[in-house]
Ligand binder design. Sequence first.
Ligand code: GLN
Length: 243
Amino acid sequence: MTLRIVCVYPDLLGTYGDSGNAEVLLRRAAWRGIDATLTMSRSESPLPEGDLYCLGGGEDGPQVLAAQRLLDDGMLATAVHQGAQVFAVCAGFQIVGESFPDAGGAIHPGVGLLDVRTTKGSGRRAVGEVLVEVAPKESGGLGLPTLTGFENHAGVTELFGQAQPLGNVSKGIGNGAGERIEGAHAGNVIGTYLHGPVLARNPSLADELLCRALKLEVLSDLDDTREMLLRDERLQQVSALTR
Ligand code: GLN
């Protein structure tokens, strides 16, 4: 099998280098000798069939355009119903949900793949470093080490239905809807507010996505010395912050 990774609309949803998430997935597959391709699928083209789709953050205007194109295109929803995995960051997280606001506060429909809805927050934008303690496997969580990333969003996201939080926020704001939770996941879809690119900072999350897409329980080990140095540096600096 060739693992088909698709970076969705990097021209609209590529803030903070989030397209790098798809590249991390490609590299971590290739380093293990797993046959994988990456398609950077721009918004003017039909979305190709894939096994693992990545959506990144975006500014309010491009976000509305991206959601509309995805709804018109239809491929993302079809692929998910056929078993493809989705990893969505910030604007992408909001888009895969039920609805989200534009810059003026008007509500737009999302693709409806995850039971979350986003409204405009009444406070300040959530900006800064975030640490997330991921829910353990025993309670239906992903059971991963602490996630590190940074956030920059005005939207506040609440979960309903099948959606489970990715974890609890120990630094930063996260979803911002009262409880200190971050991200959401259900079925084949994982969403988070974390930029970084978050998969470069959190290789265990990248490997979780690869396992899901390849339908494997475990992957062979990689030498993650440099990734761990980056993580340790971030974790130490952020733990020292008072926010
Ligand atoms: N426009 C969205 C918000 O501000 C998402 C921002 C982002 O992707 N960084 O909530």
